[in-house]
Write a protein that binds this ligand. Sequence first.
Ligand code: SF4
Ligand code: SF4
Ligand code: SF4
Length: 494
Amino acid sequence: MKKTVNLLIKPASALCNLRCKYCFYANISSIREVRSYGKMKQALVDEMIPNIYADLNDGDELSIAFQGGEPTLAGLSYFEHFIDVINQQTKQVTVHYAIQTNGTIISKLWVPLLRDNHFLVGLSIDGGPLYHNLNRVDTHQRGTFWRVLQTKELFDEAGIDYNVLCVLTNELAKHPQKVYKFFQEQNVPFVQFIPCLDDLDATSKSDFALTPERFASFYQQLFPLWLNELKGGHYRSIKLFDDVLNLFLHGQVNACGLTGQCQIQYVIEADGSVYPCDFYALDEYRLGYIQESTLRELFSQPIAFDWLKNKQPLPTYCDTCPFKKMCCGGCKRMKDAMYVAPSNRFCGYRTVLETVLPRAEEIMQVMAICRERERQLFSVLGLRPPLAALDTAYYCDIDLMQWVKERYGIAFAKYLAKHTTPTQILVQLAQREHLMLLKTSPFGSDTWSVRVSLANLATAQYATVGQRIIALFDQDYASWHHQGGGPDGDHKIR
Ligand code: SF4
Ligand code: SF4
Ligand code: SF4
């Protein structure tokens, strides 16, 4: 049976160029023997990847998320080498890459790596300059908002897939309307709010750390804003809403801790040491070293066994909860931030479920129709459906240049890039094929990414949309060919 393995790799350990005031990994690394293992060496990558592949088979999937600290500090050459070694493996494994970054180091030089390898980037922006600059500061205590926004704009222009990670501090949670408005204005389609936690060794509650009450009131106020947009035909992914709806309706578990069961996350530090969870990358939880053991061997360690079976008793408040079977008390590290309050009379997550789930069927019916439309369009174009994490349901984005390269070959793609613009293509689609598409980036940048709304036509018409796009490009390709343009190598139109 096909399996999916998820890894979280820290190529620059706890090293970071920022000094965010709430940084959880700075706290974790400060309470272990070695604070930072420095940058991962290429020789370690060479030893590690065969061990990762040892338990994989043809057809399996491997998801690799790079995190830190700040992973881009490892340098472009680290990632290029890593991907080279992955590509040398002979097993037919589909690899998905993701990276979480503070966005202050990434420049244009990173675009080919991120785009060509279909990285999903988690970009940290704390909901507007005021909240962001309050906590996300550099070594001189200067706010970093504008630097990160430049990176966001670079991603928009270059067609890099990203979602925004926003740390939900107690302060930020007071302002759901302002935060949501910011993400609307910035046209951010995917947002994940990350509860801000107290230090693992904290003796009292910090000002940053979220409380279950604030967690609940934030999402209770966010939900109607999100639902209104959805009903107006625009879907914005808010990860928690997606997660609870998918769990409730389809039994899909898309976040660790959602069902109260710890998992083995395979967190790989820069020295090769492996831990079960990012929140507990501590000496006492080290499973072993990836350069010395396969994943199966690490999974079989007594520490892993203890990790999986160690369950904390639930607060008595859970006994009266209608969602107890679905939640089982949630993630143990998040309990003080979003679950049962110390009073034992309130649970933030329960309140959110009571708000969202009564509307679940209605929301998912609308989305299911749109997904079928997307499936029909992508199937005609011969495209892979988008990553689940990027599936908006209400519209889809197509990188026309990438599609042209894959369907017609590099030579024709180069010819098009030189002799026409995306805007001219869209005008021709409208004039010759009576098809109106929009550029993904609304502010004049000439990227080749176009957006197809899935809310406007009948389902059967989406195959026709694909056929019209093909018709236009087939004609242009034939005319280029007629004028002497030739395919590169033995490339053939699919
Ligand atoms: S960017 Fe991330 S790793 Fe760096 S200080 Fe901020 S929270 Fe910590
Ligand atoms: S502590 Fe939370 S995030 Fe970590 S493995 Fe357990 S459930 Fe998952
Ligand atoms: S009260 Fe909260 S933590 Fe307990 S089972 Fe219900 S939702 Fe989960």
